[in-house]
Design a protein around this ligand. Structure first.
Ligand SMILES: N=CN[C@@H](CCC(=O)O)C(=O)O
Ligand SMILES: [Zn+2]
Length: 417
């Protein structure tokens, strides 16, 4: 494989710094290099600096390399999406219309739609069908500059289908250029056949499904929908603690629809991240800051459900490391556009354009324990790079509703453009 040398970027956003979640003013530090340059060899970044610096290092080897002239372009790390439900069957456009007519997300779910409806369609789909449908979504992620995604199960809600979803992600991680980091979410809902027997379903999750997932090494994280009418904080804690014993790192869908103690629980169990947090309490936010729980905020979901977005600005000011994500799923956020999410993070949560970029790269990588490999353009990390059709980073958020992706490289190989 020939080396790749991208040079003369108008701005190269390196995000160099500690491989740790960035907080407060660290979320404004982009490590911008003007007339920037990056050299990638065997998929790994070997040098980053000004074009002049890299010319001094590599001029004698330039004949070996594929050279890309990035004059006039912004260059960033590949975006990281740390929260998706991307491997599912069917779709739910009829629910979109129901919600426009006034039905709430929980009304639809309680009537057997929502997560239950996707669960039925995912149970019916074969593994190959799920691979084919999910591939289209992964292609779309790449086209929007996303080179790493997290993916959750949770549309099986039984042993066989939960394993099927996780195996689909495992296969795609090998087949598709995007890196997929898997999360088990058997506690996404109480399946309809267990209605009124919630504890019995939790027993199945804890005693049957989780041990299989761990034994087959199909997931890194264990996530729970801790919400009124779904799983209580006590039930969520039981499921997350059971996962911890098996080596699965906790995540929590917390305080999305109602303030329910989810942020506090995330701090208590030492979750790596808490998701949504639209209704998180001030005390919960404070506890997350103290325990170093990353807030994974999903402003496209808030918009799509016509809810007020999470308090992103206040969370950063309170010392919480913030990541952002599409929450790509068939019900509350059917999008694969991280650029849209960065824009919404600015408009509806009052992040600055620099903070939104940190939240979509290095902090997102930290939320899925991928910070050693991706999330910044630094020596030793993967050559995951986006060259944008804008020249300064603010334009990414300012010129909204347009896909500015020009070229995408995954591990030094061109995959878009
Ligand atoms: N809120 C829970 N789970 C997903 C939505 C799943 C669905 O509606 O299919 C979310 O994160 O938004
Ligand atoms: Zn989710």
């Amino acid at each position: 494989m020939r080396p790749l040398w991208i040079k003369h970027a108008a701005q190269l956003v390196s995000l160099s710094g500690e491989n740790a979640p960035r907080r407060r003013e660290e979320m404004s530090e982009l490590g911008i290099i003007e007339d920037g340059s990056v050299w990638i060899e065997d998929g790994i970044i070997v040098a980053v600096g000004t074009t002049n610096e890299l010319e001094n290092l590599f001029e004698t080897r330039s004949i070996e390399a594929d050279i890309v002239d990035a004059t006039g372009h912004l260059v960033t790390p590949g975006l990281v999406d740390p929260h998706t439900h991307l491997a599912y069957g069917g779709s739910r456009e009829h629910e979109f219309e129901m919600r426009l007519e006034g039905a709430t997300y929980m009304d639809i779910m309680n009537a057997g739609g929502g997560i239950h409806s996707t669960t039925r369609m995912t149970r019916e789909a074969t593994e190959d069908e799920l691979v084919a449908q999910t591939t289209l979504r992964l292609d779309s992620f790449l086209q929007h500059g996303v080179t790493t995604v997290e993916g959750k199960s949770g549309y099986g809600l039984d042993l066989e289908t939960e394993l099927k979803q996780l195996r689909v992600m495992k296969r795609l991680n090998e087949l598709h250029p995007i890196d997929i980091v898997p999360t088990f979410m058997g506690a996404h809902a109480v399946p309809q056949e267990y209605k009124g027997k919630e504890e019995a379903y939790i027993d199945v999750v804890v005693n049957e499904i989780l041990p299989r997932v761990a034994a087959e090494k199909l997931a890194i994280f264990n996530d729970v929908f801790c919400e009124k009418g779904v799983f209580t904080p006590d039930q969520s804690e039981r499921i997350l603690e059971a996962g911890k014993i098996l080596g699965l790192v906790p995540k929590i869908h917390a305080d999305e629809i109602e303030s329910y103690g989810g942020a506090e629980l995330a701090a208590k169990v030492g979750a790596i991240s808490a998701e949504h947090l639209l209704k998180a309490s001030d005390d919960g936010i404070k506890q997350m800051a103290e325990r170093g729980v990353i807030a994974c905020l999903l402003p496209a979901t808030a918009l799509y459900l016509r809810e007020e977005a999470a308090q992103g600005r206040q969370m950063i000011d309170a010392g919480v490391a913030v990541a952002i994500s599409t929450d790509c799923n068939p019900g509350s956020s059917p999008t694969t556009s991280m650029p849209l999410v960065m824009n919404l993070a600015c408009i509806s949560m009052r992040l600055t354009p620099a903070e939104a970029l940190v939240a979509a790269t290095i902090n997102a990588a930290c939320a899925i324990q991928m910070e050693d490999c991706v999330g910044s353009l630094e020596v030793g990390k993967q050559g995951d790079v986006v060259m944008w059709n804008v020249s300064i980073y603010q334009e990414l958020q300012y010129l909204f509703g347009v896909n500015h992706v020009g070229t995408v490289w995954k591990k030094g190989i061109q995959v878009v453009g």
